[in-house]
Design a protein around this ligand. Sequence first.
Ligand code: PLP
Length: 461
Amino acid sequence: MKYISTRGDAPALSFGDVLLAGLANDGGLYVPETLPKFSQEEIASWAGLSYQELAFNIMSPFVAGEVPDIEFRRMINEAYAEFDHKAVAPMVQTDTNEWVLELFRGPTLAFKDFALQLLGRLMDYVLTQRKEKLVILGATSGDTGSAAIEGCRHSDHLKIFILHPHQRVSEVQRRQMTSVIDDNVFNIAVKGNFDDCQGMVKNSFADQSFLNGGKLGAVNSINWARIMAQIVYYFSSALSVGGPHRKVSFSVPTGNFGDIFAGYLAKQMGLPIDQLIVATNQNDILHRVISENDMSRQSLNVTLSPSMDIMVSSNFERLLFDAHGRDGESIKDLMARFNQGDVSLNDEAWSFVKTHFDSYKVDDNRTCDVIKQVFEDTQYLLDPHTAIGLDAARNCWKDKSVPMITLATAHPVKFPEAVEKAGCEVPKLPEHMADLFDREESYQVLENSLEDVQAFVTKNI
Ligand SMILES: *Cc1c(COP(=O)(O)O)cnc(C)c1O
């Protein structure tokens, strides 16, 4: 399988190269040159498979030629072994024909574990084959950091440095990162904000000379392998409610558009999907694009669902590539126009987007109301991101005979503020994390200075 850039100027790469490269060198994002397609019969024959077996069937075409089957199976088994439910991604019914897909059963209690548990192992494998090493450098405002650290901690070929804004992440989030004490894990608390951290990461990628010949790798949400791993649970959940013999709809709490883009790919690969609903909080650029073709940037709102607080959704470019007939030139032009302030799609592209997606926006007050209401009705506690997804599902659902699945992207214990505002009791930490507040922590507090951060990295590689 070859991968091509959405902007058309970067060379086509193999899976292994894309895995290590992250962004394409023309500024675009890598996508598969062609997608594997599965027939209805083939998908139906997967009913009853374990999550791991299904994952192998769905993902193996994407890694073909790069990772031998036996190795890929081992990685998949290891990646999902630490999830605390045997089904890996279990479903909970919340109403007639309405389900919540629990994607928070992994080590850090958010859906990012699905991709990052596998990504770390894939990188480790490819680096071993190539006798290379890689320095992972990332910035986090909370969730991604811990999932990335968990995914990379066991690798002999990766060193991971994660920057977080000092005293600006929640205690649970910080401890999930800083209580991982491994030789290859380095947490840095920067005396600045998230943008400062992100800026340092960007600058470091642009000029890597401080590494004295070392190489940086990224695990952020534009990495293709993350999207790939997220395709699997669309299939597993659809199969468990009667797919592919009947259509299924999905509602997805959305930020960078990675998770729901995986749902779009599942549909292109043959899974009968009726609706794909983009659920946003007040940071509603995607809702505005889909509903009124307005892609203007607005200032960032801090909400009760922080993992969806984004101004621009980086993975949306992958969809725009398809919406423009997979023509890299068009995407280059479009991006240039965006930077000059032109903020709408041409009619054809907008209509493509609207054909595939519905959207809905939910504010903080409504989020709390939904958490409260659903808890009163069913005794099931939603996290704020999932509450947004469920509200969007209920408001956009066109055909009630089609099962509606909302992706539950995080465990409510991670977002106590929203749960309390909703008037509900904050649950206990799950068993495997019960001692989180007693664990030893290790992190370095550094000044808001690129030089200091880079010197720290250099010293430790
Ligand atoms: C990352 C995240 C999202 C957004 O996912 P995208 O792939 O960026 O759209 C939603 N909810 C939670 C809890 C997350 O951590």
